[in-house]
Design a binder for this molecule. Structure first.
Ligand code: ZN
Ligand code: ZN
Length: 88
């Protein structure tokens, strides 16, 4: 875990974004001590794109990560009905 990054606060912020019903596999790790990478799976309704823009959701997350100087971001959407192993 890179210093100065509080994943609980980050997770709270992400959970506060509309259309996000849950999340798992939230990981932040340091690539070389300077650059950080981030990944997350977002649980969203099947028809999210009809009500909310997926691009907007991603942009909001990128905005939060910018403050933390995370350079490599991977965001996966798990739509309801999709089965994904919820492992840490
Ligand atoms: Zn994981
Ligand atoms: Zn998943």
């Amino acid at each position: 875990m890179p210093k100065g990054i509080n994943t609980n606060i980050l997770e709270e912020k992400i959970r506060g974004i509309s259309s996000i019903e849950g999340l798992h596999h939230l990981h932040i790790w340091s690539i070389d001590g300077k650059e950080h990478a981030f990944s997350v799976h977002l649980e969203v309704p099947y028809d999210t794109e009809k009500r909310d823009s997926i691009v907007n959701i991603k942009n909001k997350i990128r905005e939060h990560l910018k403050e933390l100087k995370v350079a490599h971001i991977t965001i996966q959407f798990d739509f309801s009905g999709e089965s994904c192993e919820k492992k840490e």
